[in-house]
Design a protein around this ligand. Structure first.
Ligand SMILES: C[S@@+](CC[C@H](N)C(=O)[O-])C[C@H]1O[C@@H](n2cnc3c(N)ncnc32)[C@H](O)[C@@H]1O
Length: 303
C-alpha cells in the first residue's frame, strides 16, 4: 500500500497528534504514514521546530516505528512512521515455561543494545561495587544476557561465582552454551517458587530483571523470602521492573496493564515502592533509576 503523505509543518503538536491518531487507525499493520515537517536541524527562532526527540516520542505513543526521515531540502524533512503489529510476546499463548524460550519472539530481543537499558544496568552494577560481590544470583536469567554485561564489566570475572536460575528449559540450554568456557558460571533450570528448598545458601548480589512481577509469582512473598533467605546481610540487590513493551523488536515506553489500551503505571509504582520500603526497613540504601526499565539498586548500610 502507498504511504499516506501529510503536510503538518504549520500545525501545533496537539493538532498533529489528533490528525495522526485519526490516520493511524485507518491503516494496516506495517503500513507507512508520511508527513512533511520542518527540518529539526534548522535554527529559526521565528517558527516552532519540533525535535527528533519529539517525533520519536510521538511515534512510540502512536505504536509506530520511526523510520529514517528523508531530507527534502534545507527547510523540510519527510517524517515516516511504520505502524507496528498489535501482538507482542506478552500476548503469545505459549507453554508458560517456554513463553520466553529460544524459539520465542522474546529471544530476538537484544536489550543490552538498548541505551536506556544498558546504561542504567551498567550503572547499577557499578553502584553495587561489582568486583566485591563474589557470589551472584540471577533470578529469571533467561539466556544469560545479563551475565555477559558482568563478564565485560568485572575486572575479576574469573574470581566471581555466578548462578542463573530460570524454569525455561531452552533458555537455560542457550545460557549454558554461551558460558561453556567459564567454570565459574552455573545455570539451573528451576522454579523461583521452589528457591528456598534448593538450599543454595546466601549471595553477595542478587539480580532479577523483568521477572518478579510475572503473573505466576507473588512478588511481595517471593521478594521478602529472597531478601530473608538468599541475601547476605551486607549483600546488594538489583531489580528491574519493565516500564515498556516489546513490539516487532521495538522497545515501546510505558508499562502495560490489563484492561488498559494505554500505558498505566499503578502496578509498577506500587511494586517498586513496596520493595524499596521493605529494603529500607532491613537497613538497605535504595536508589531508583532508569526509564524503560526502572532499576531498584540496594546496598546494605551495614557495609
Ligand atoms: C520477561 S523474562 C526476563 C528475562 C531476562 N531477565 C530479561 O530481562 O531479558 C522473565 C524470565 O523469568 C522466567 N520465569 C518466570 N517465572 C519463573 C519462575 N516461576 N521460575 C523460574 N523462572 C521464571 C521466564 O522463563 C523468563 O526467562
Amino acid at each position: 500500500m502507498l504511504p499516506f503523505m501529510l503536510s503538518l509543518y504549520s500545525k501545533s503538536l496537539l493538532e498533529i497528534i489528533e490528525i495522526l491518531e485519526e490516520q493511524i487507525v485507518t491503516i494496516c499493520e506495517h503500513d507507512i504514514i508520511e508527513f512533511k515537517a520542518y527540518n529539526p536541524d534548522l535554527e529559526d527562532k521565528k517558527i516552532i521546530i519540533h525535535t527528533y526527540k519529539t517525533w520519536l516520542d510521538l511515534a512510540q505513543i502512536l505504536k509506530c516505528k520511526m523510520l529514517t526521515p528523508q531530507v527534502l531540502d534545507e527547510e523540510f524533512v519527510l517524517m515516516r512512521y511504520k505502524k507496528l503489529s498489535n501482538d507482542s510476546f506478552h500476548a503469545v499463548d505459549a507453554d508458560k515455561e517456554e513463553k520466553y524460550g529460544s524459539e520465542s519472539i522474546f529471544a530476538q530481543i537484544h536489550k543490552n543494545e538498548e541505551t536506556s537499558f544498558i546504561y542504567h544496568y551498567s550503572h547499577a552494577l557499578k553502584n553495587v561495587n561489582l568486583n566485591e560481590r563474589t557470589r551472584i544470583l540471577n533470578l529469571g536469567v533467561n539466556n544469560g544476557d545479563e551475565f555477559e554485561v558482568i563478564e565485560k564489566q568485572a575486572s575479576n570475572f574469573q574470581e566471581l561465582k555466578l548462578l542463573g536460575i530460570d524454569y525455561c528449559h531452552s533458555a537455560i540450554e542457550d545460557a549454558k552454551q554461551k558460558f561453556q568456557a567459564h567454570n565459574n558460571v552455573d545455570f539451573l533450570q528451576a522454579d523461583i517458587k521452589e528457591l528456598h528448598s534448593l538450599e543454595l545458601g546466601k549471595f553477595d548480589l542478587i539480580i532479577s530483571i523483568g521477572t518478579l512481577q510475572s503473573s505466576n509469582l507473588n512478588l511481595n512473598e517471593i521478594f521478602m523470602s529472597v531478601v530473608q533467605n538468599q541475601l547476605k546481610p551486607d549483600g546488594a540487590l538489583i531489580l528491574a521492573f519493565p516500564n515498556c513493551r516489546w513490539i516487532d523488536g521495538e522497545m515501546i515506553y510505558g508499562a502495560m496493564m490489563r484492561n488498559y489500551n494505554y500505558s498505566e503505571m499503578s502496578n509498577l509504582y506500587k511494586d517498586v515502592v513496596f520493595c524499596k520500603k521493605y529494603l529500607q526497613q532491613k537497613k538497605f540504601r535504595v536508589t531508583i533509576t532508569g526509564k524503560d526499565y526502572i532499576f531498584l539498586t540496594a546496598t546494605s548500610i551495614r557495609k
